[in-house]
Write a protein that binds this ligand. Sequence first.
Ligand code: NAP
Length: 259
Amino acid sequence: MDLGIKGKRALVCASSKGLGRGCAEALAEAGCDLILNARGAEELEKAASEIRAKYGVTVVAVAADITTEEGRAAVLKDAGDIDILVNNAGGPPPGMWSDWEREDFIKALDANMLTPIALMKTLVPSMMDRGWGRVVNITSQSVKSPIGVLGLSNSARAGLTGYVAGTSRQVAGTGVTINNLLPGIHATDRAVSLDGGVAKAQGITSEEAKVQRCKTIPAGRYGTADEFGATCAFLCSTHAAFIVGQNILHDGGGVNATF
Ligand code: NAP
């Protein structure tokens, strides 16, 4: 299917690997020019040159911490007009509800709520002026079904979800759509690290922790960054113009709910 976004400029935050990388690849395959971002310059440059070579699109790589004001300024400095914004950052660490202090919450809010809001506030107005734009926020299945040990993520992402619910409907009339894409478990470094935490807590191997977790997913496996990226690219396509303010699970059926 032609996604109708060839030549659009997409900023994909936190995209040297994992889900962000999957989104970047799918948008590049659809013909978008990219701005990629991550903190680690080496892995980011490697991702940028691989994508350039594979899809023949323009890729600018900006190594910066997207959760800081300076980092966002560096990413936006020469970004020009952005048509597609994919918001993403690392997820907060797991822990126990009674251990988190104010500072832990501020960090989580900065990364997973206030950063995407700041980028939307900066970039959506020019999308509205041009009459077309797409925003996809990578959040988590924990928005629909809380994961106890990820209380910082549950909290911060719920805040972003509330903001998007109202804002997306305010801007939809200008041709700009904002939606959230909610990953369940995907085979990325983040999943490996969470499996490592479970293994340590339960005295089992990481592989056993993975097998145990796969049993909780009706699809019987972890998702892939490619599948996730393809769904993101569809949400950014011309075909998805009528999808507004939605929270779309990509979880292999992991969240057991009717709606
Ligand atoms: P990942 O494989 O660890 O990749 C994270 C990517 O983000 C890397 O490119 C990393 O590069 C970059 N990054 C992290 N912090 C950053 C920052 N502050 N500024 C700029 N770039 C940053 O993680 P993932 O699995 O793709 O997860 C992406 C998001 O989805 C996370 O918020 C995660 O909590 C959420 N999620 C993931 C899953 C899953 O199963 N994978 C499930 C639910 C939710 P650098 O380290 O070099 O910066």
